[in-house]
Design a protein. Sequence first.
Length: 415
Amino acid sequence: MSTSHSISPSASAPIYMDYQATTPVDPRVLNEMLPYFGQSFGNAASRNHAFGWNAEAAVENAREEVAKILGASSKEIVFTSGSTEAINLAMKGIVEMYGEKGRHIITCEAEHKAVLDTAKHLEKHGCEVTYLKPGRDGRTTAADVAAAMRPDTVLVAIMWANNEVGTVNDIRGIGALCKEKGAFFFTDATQAVGKIPVDVEADHVDLLCLSAHKVYGPKGVGALYVRRRNPRVRLVAQMDGGGHERGMRSGTLNVPGIVGLGAACRIAREELASETERAIALRDRLEANITSRLDHVHFNGSREHRLPGCLNLSFSYVEGESLLMGINDIAVSSGSACTSASLEPSHVLRAMDVGDELAHSSIRFGIGRFTTEAEVDYAADRLVDVVKRLRAMSPLYEMVQEGIDLSTVNWQGGH
Ligand code: PLP
């Protein structure tokens, strides 16, 4: 196998610290995918020749791997083009199948836009949606969901882990509650799978989505877990066609992508413990490097319930855009990658009641498989320099340094 395609993680700038937005394909994953672009190009649905059988075997092997990382059975895995499609299939598919039982949905304001926009779509089609407000730490608990639960609640859609602040929700508690009340529980586990243990049985999950490009697999492929037993969950397909994926998602399978997803899940499962330890050490080193040298740094998220490789900090008395420009050799995100094109403060930080000023100056650092200590130290040095430089030009920061309480200042008065 040629290794000329392998990506060698570089220690020099620009430094990638945006692992929640996407991850590079692991060279081991890429190597497993390559044959399926070449001699093993068959259509997995071709049942009458070796090219098809070969592709089908590879797909089924990947299906086993995806199932294994979730504690599921392979028959419960439906391949999709990613989490966005899986979210649409889960939410719309449930409402269309079970809508006569009830049309109330519970979700959370801190969900990804793919969930929020699908919920909005369903509202236009006769559903009533309760948008829970997360705690100040970004967390949604079983008690929050219980308070909103109604006899006609058909679906609860609460993400496993948040993509902006890394807060991990009370999935086990919410799963048990949904089971008791007879509502279907869908969780967007895009940021959780491969980062923290996920077990659909222990956590009573009915539907779950994941995406290869967040776990060192390729973009454009993901999966939806659909429970088959206790209870058996049925969905109305959103894509009509040849009846692939047991009728739930028609369309010729993306064999190389699926092989990549399977390999990515296997590696993530095998290396979960060591990778977690490494990510936590680097994340904490980064935070300590920053907070030991800067004051007025705010932590966004939950210290107790959090992803290993995510650190979200806000810096008072600096302007967000200037801060990002100042550290433009470090790839980080201010809010979700999917919404950073707009200048609105992050809807997640808003939901958590982080003020607009602090939301605008928030930075999400994503630490991942290829992050090094040297990169973390470089990023911290650059950030500390830039924040100090910006604060040196800030009249507000100067006033605070002089001991003036800004909340007592009459900004209208004076000259
Ligand atoms: N859900 C979460 C929590 C995400 O972080 C993302 C990616 O940004 C998505 C859904 C969308 O995933 P995909 O890119 O596979 O459509």
